[in-house]
Design a protein around this ligand. Sequence first.
Ligand code: ATP
Ligand code: MG
Length: 565
Amino acid sequence: MRQSNFFMPTLKETPADAVAKSHQIMLRGGYIRQVTAGVYAYLPLAYRVLRKTEKVIEEEMAAINVPEMQMPHMLPATLWEESGRLEKYGAEMFRLKDRHGRETLLGPTHEETFTEIIAKNLKSYKQMPLQLYQIQTKFRDENRPRFGLLRGREFVMLDGYSFAASREQLDKQFDDEKSAYEKIFKRVGVEVRPVIADSGTMGGKNSTEFQAPAAVGEDTIATNETGTYAANLEMAVSVDTFKQEPEALKDMEKVATPGCESIDQLADFLKVPATRIVKSILYIADEQTKVLVLVRGDKEINEVKLTHLLDCDSLRTAEAGELEKITGSGKGGVGPVKADYADKIVADETVKGLYNVVVGAGETDYQFVNANLDRDFKVDEFADLRVANEGEPDPVDHLPLKFTTSIEVGHIFKLGTYYTEHMNAKFLDQNGKAQPVIMGSYGIGVTRLLSAIVEQHATENGVAWPKEVAPFGIHIIQMKMKDEIQSKIAADLEEKYAKYDVLYDDRNERAGVKFNDADLVGAPVRITIGRDAADGFVEVKRPTDEKAVKIALTDLDDFIEQELD
Ligand code: ATP
Ligand code: MG
């Protein structure tokens, strides 16, 4: 490809509204342009990386014998009514009505569409195990689209689905997909950690996320140093090491704590450690159940764990006015003593084994001191409902947990029979008995992956693309376009190395302009043809090399082979 014919509108300045490194580089390098919030045009550079990433995916899926297919983007809402997800999915779904008034939507994911095809076309255990996948644009009306391709409203996803007649088949499918995903990430040059994950609205309990460590990541993962434990912080088990010395139970007393709303303020005012305070927070589950949740003052409530315990679809804290109406107290005064308004009182395990604690007195600006569990207040259920803290022992090897911010690039689930039961996808087993098909679902955010690669491979002035996905393998830069010897060598090399994808900078531009652009193209090998060409020498540079090195044209083949094969 001749650069004089190419289209990469580079920018001199970093756009002020781009926060993420990858977003900045992709804008500056002319990879992408925003068309509307969270919706991007993939210009030629980005599109080349995207196609190459898709090719890696296609090869690895073929290697585990999974056929590719294509579902429509536009779906009838009825499909989602059947699965029970139409309302559950919420405001993220793009919905429209056709001219006949039929409810239609733009697919955010395709469990329902695949399950429906299976329900109608798979009859016998003999047709399984079966796996299918597609690479397709998805639509999600994200609340906060941001960071360029990292969180878009229209994005490309690899989504795969597996169908099994037994748990054993599902386990094997899941393991195959997992190892194929690991190979994909390795080939595209992204370092990932598989971690224990939350299944969200997908149904199913068993899921693994692939997390790519990066400063801009919206997720936090908790891992130990040996890698025997790795979980999304949302799911990380917390091991509490605090112990309070037993004490004689004192009489409970009500005390005024004017203006104290936070644990810090209370601890300060009452001169007690946060570990002697029990925090009470009122949650509304599924817009109806009032759940009072207790946790020791030095810990925070983990809403994902709480959602799992309550087995609810939606969860929120009571709003200010609502809180007073229900409990009779403002924030800070809410407590578990005589909390008859609560449909349920649940507590984190840290609330056990405490003596003479401070709890809200059910009245704004008042607390009870020397309150005791079972004597003064009751708890219906205990569980690990807290956010794990960095440094706590992991639950497997008791090594200190370390936190890392990261980008979720993939997610694989053992779904079980949630969709197939709702949508009546049954097969006849060996005994002629009808059984629901057992499903798995598998996804990689392909366009998000592009950003993750750039996040992990950014250089000072651009990016160092891993060779399998680099938009071009070789970037030839001719210094003087009028020099016939240089032109001859450039044209020869362009032809000889065509299989590596060559971008040939044949523009009449200053060297500085050419080199700046080359940093943004980020080809694994840059060949500069300059003054020494007449003597049979050129210069080569890899994006991470500090300086270019002179090399004889006769040695170039070896160098290229070593770098790119
Ligand atoms: P997140 O928690 O980041 O919103 P998710 O749990 O909603 O992700 P899934 O439904 O599991 O994501 O989708 C599969 C994959 O698609 C994700 O692992 C992620 O890589 C990608 N993905 C999800 N939402 C977006 C988005 N808005 N923009 C780009 N990629 C996305
Ligand atoms: Mg999401």
